[in-house]
Ligand binder design. Sequence first.
Ligand SMILES: [Zn+2]
Ligand SMILES: [Zn+2]
Length: 449
Amino acid sequence: MPPNEDFGWCSKHGVHNCVLDHPELAERKTLPSQEQLQEDQRQAQSSLAMGVRKENNSRCTLYQSRIQFASVESVRQAGVDIGLVERDRVIEAVSGNGEIVYDPTRKATIAARVPGSVWAVEKNIGDVVRQGELLALIDATAVGKIKSELLRALAEKALQAKNVARLKDARGAVAGARIIEAEAALAKARADVLNAEQAIRNLGLPIDADNLRGLSEDQAIDNLRLLGIPQTYLANIDELAASTNLLPVVAPISGTVVDRSVSLGEVVDPSMQLFEIADTSQMWLRLSLPLETIDQLSIGQQIRFSPDGSSRIIEGRLDWISTGADQHTRMIDVRAILDNQDGRLRDRTFGTGKVILRDANDAIVVPSEATHWEGCCNVVFVRDKDYFASPDSPKVFHVRSVRLGATYQGKTEVIAGVLPGEVIAVEGSDVLRAQLLKNGLGAGCCVEE
Ligand SMILES: [Zn+2]
Ligand SMILES: [Zn+2]
């Protein structure tokens, strides 16, 4: 049997006698179209660009080997069965464990700003709230005290202002020193008002002391009593019964109440979380991936997440990659933002996620068991195209070095080395590998580079 023409090593694709560049070497009756060949070369480029693919040894000569059987029957007896090089979808992905959580940038935990007891609880777990809506009222003596300090400071300021005005009217009759003294007292009273005002603001209450000016003391007290309690809620309160100590606790963001750890009458202090509100319209997916995958990741890649115990697939896009790995686990964290308008995603859902690196529809694939590592190259065994030409035609398998890509659902992508339509040994192909190595055909192979 005459040897095939020998084109040697293809440095572009990393195989010997490259059928992507010399399709006439393929063991098939017809040549692929030029368009198809170009498309396959493009696919090979994009697959090689994915990163480290196992290399073959350029100096290996095993590709020149052929393994000949006496008959079709002896092939059968050796347990060798064949399959086709095909096209199929190949998805290359990195996977890791992950968790769906509330978007922490859209989450708020709420505590009372001062100690007190719970006077009313207005919202419960699951309630949807708008920003500013009342969650609870706390009865806190500190609140009443600060309010009365403001009233006292306002009264003092009014008194001192009157005093200064009176002294100035009687300018000639009083010593300048007394005017200066009175002005100092007024300045102090003004400062006290500002201090009291700030203390009230620090409680989260909206206050503008200017609005209280000109009101009688009773009017000012009424005004201050229910300070910060939303207008819509006032109808529910018997205003006269309401204490001046009431501190409203309102929602700082719009969202859903996801936790409530407070009940009526309970004594609370600022260290206790009363409510948790989360905007659940979008959630975060956090995944941990092996550090070595970091070079393959980029923002925008698709993520598919399967929650434990569910057949559902949740999709999102990679939108953040941590810059450092965890010191102990050597894992990196990545994140996707998941849409949750329908509210189906739950906080703390564990599962497995995949970042899709590449999704090729028309990759060249072979059954994974057809590929073998012979010591320095990946090979497959390709049946001669004239195998059945006549009963006497040689029953030959050619050794072909192949550059392997992704493995997906039992099939292995061949970046270069075979073309669709070629027939290869699949089941029992390890018999051919054993034969190859037994015959010492590998001599000169496996040399150190
Ligand atoms: Zn090539
Ligand atoms: Zn080799």
